[in-house]
Design a protein. Structure first.
Length: 195
């Protein structure tokens, strides 16, 4: 994250996203596919790492192999195969949703993962184990732990959507978007920016 100053002189925290050019590789219609969407491709990939079926898919759109394919269910303008979508699509001041994979935090206990209080707040009845989960259920009647019980486990690495983030600045020469606030994922991760 970084920060920029508005015209009024207020400092605004923001995340810089490199929004390189995407190419339309498929247009799905109600007649052919049963639903309508536009498929965009992003990132370069070597031909030797692409199967013949996908090579044919990219040749229809008259483009080189790409890393990632994503579908969007609605688009403002008419699209044709091979059309390039650039950062000019975004307008300063509009609001977008950003989808990404959150940072992985590994195996975490119940205090960090679910916000249990420990002994200081005496949440689950234990008296001498500060960060333990405490009782997890009855003994002989269910004879099992119910699904969904909040316990220790792997945390992070989930698909997360952050809604209504404002586009503060668009730099078309360098294909950069300055989005107000934090977005999910580590530095350099691939995210999806939706209008």
């Amino acid at each position: 994250m970084t920060s920029i100053f508005s015209e009024e002189g207020k400092m605004q925290p923001c995340t810089v996203v490199e929004a390189t050019t995407n190419i339309v590789t498929q247009i799905k219609t109600m007649e052919n596919d049963g639903y309508e969407s536009v498929q965009l491709a992003y990132g370069e990939k070597k031909e030797k790492h692409v199967g013949k079926a996908m090579m044919g898919h990219f040749k229809k759109a008259n483009t080189s192999p790409k890393k990632k394919l994503v579908e969007f269910d609605s688009f403002e303008q008419e699209m044709k195969l091979g059309t390039e979508i650039s950062v000019d699509l975004f307008i300063e001041g509009e609001y977008v949703d950003v989808v990404g994979t959150s940072k992985g935090k590994g195996f975490q206990g119940v205090v960090k993962r679910h916000g249990f209080g420990g002994v200081g707040q005496s949440t689950h009845g234990q008296h001498n184990r500060l960060r333990a989960p405490g009782s997890v259920g009855a003994g002989s009647d269910p004879s099992r732990v119910f699904k969904g019980m909040r316990m220790a486990g792997r945390m992070g690495g989930d698909r997360v959507t952050t809604f209504n983030l404002q586009v503060l600045k668009v730099v078309p020469e360098k294909s950069l978007l300055f989005i107000k606030g934090a977005i999910p994922g580590y530095n350099g991760s691939i995210v999806l920016v939706k209008k």
